[in-house]
Design a protein around this ligand. Structure first.
Ligand SMILES: NC(=O)c1ccc[n+]([C@@H]2O[C@H](COP(=O)([O-])OP(=O)(O)OC[C@H]3O[C@@H](n4cnc5c(N)ncnc54)[C@H](OP(=O)(O)O)[C@@H]3O)[C@@H](O)[C@H]2O)c1
Length: 236
């Protein structure tokens, strides 16, 4: 299996590289030219194409022949970086490729997510401040995922909770809507977010789904382990 990781040099991206290589996948990564050095430890084990993730020419070259594309959607700047990235991937990936995108819980597919006040407050503050100082545009990530949701591609949009570093606890559990009790703990290890992204490449049950994930060892996930929550089979 050949996979492309768009945004490979970030924290999530590097974990995805590790998981993909561990599975024996051939890995191509795209990252900003100034960040290529962050991937030095993978030298000789992956191909790195320097470029902004919304550079359509670089993305077109990177995804050619790939069975799967893992894309880190980030709302940096105010020039449609996330939506440009999503569009480049949707336009250029192979017709049957599995396309897996990352974002946060604030993304909603059907408007049925129910958010606790801390997240609502964070979004209310971060959105205008990010735009005012021109360092981020949360609405751009919304536009990006709306492009994906409207596509007839074989996509999955993985919506991450708050993240922490630490050893893997295994594959996160997921639910369709933020506000579902299983997700109440709102915490996932970043390494396991990456694991879920890579696992989604080969899980057709996740095609055209927007799972909201939470760590499988969190209180809420454990409490609902035998309930309505959906857990993907653990990987070996
Ligand atoms: N952080 C959280 O708490 C959280 C929670 C839920 C979901 N998520 C989602 O998880 C994914 C990864 O987020 P992360 O926070 O963990 O960060 P991350 O993995 O470190 O990724 C950050 C990415 O943004 C790029 N980037 C940084 N500054 C940039 C700039 N000015 N212009 C263009 N690209 C820039 C980085 O590229 P370089 O390597 O080139 O700098 C890297 O690819 C995102 O989709 C995010 O929405 C994050």
């Amino acid at each position: 299996m050949k996979v492309c990781i768009i945004g490979a040099s970030g924290k999530l991206g590097q974990y995805m590289v590790e998981h993909a290589l561990a599975r024996g996948y051939e890995v191509v990564g795209v990252c900003r030219p100034e960040s290529v050095g962050k991937l030095d430890r993978f030298a000789g084990r992956m191909t790195v194409l320097p470029g902004r993730t919304d550079d359509r020419d670089v993305v077109a070259k990177a995804v050619r022949g790939c069975d799967g594309v893992l894309t880190v959607l980030v709302p940096w700047g105010v020039n449609d970086y996330a939506s440009g990235t999503a569009k480049a991937v949707l336009d250029h990936a192979e017709p049957d490729a599995r396309l897996v995108f990352s974002c946060g819980w604030h993304i909603t597919r059907d408007g049925k997510d129910r958010y606790a006040w801390p997240l609502r407050l964070l979004l209310a503050l971060f959105g205008p401040i990010g735009r005012l100082f021109r360092f981020a545009d949360l609405d751009d990530q919304v536009r990006a995922t709306n492009l994906v949701f409207a596509s007839d591609r074989r996509w999955t949009v993985v919506r991450g909770s708050d993240l922490e570093e630490g050893e893997s606890q295994g594959l996160p559990v997921w639910s369709q809507h933020v506000g579902d009790p299983v997700l109440a703990s709102n915490l996932t290890r970043r390494i396991d977010f990456a694991l879920f992204m890579v696992e989604a490449l080969t899980d057709d049950r996740l095609v055209q789904e927007a799972p909201a994930i939470v760590g499988r060892e969190t209180t809420s996930a454990r409490a609902h382990a035998s309930g309505a929550a959906r857990a993907l089979p653990a990987t070996s």
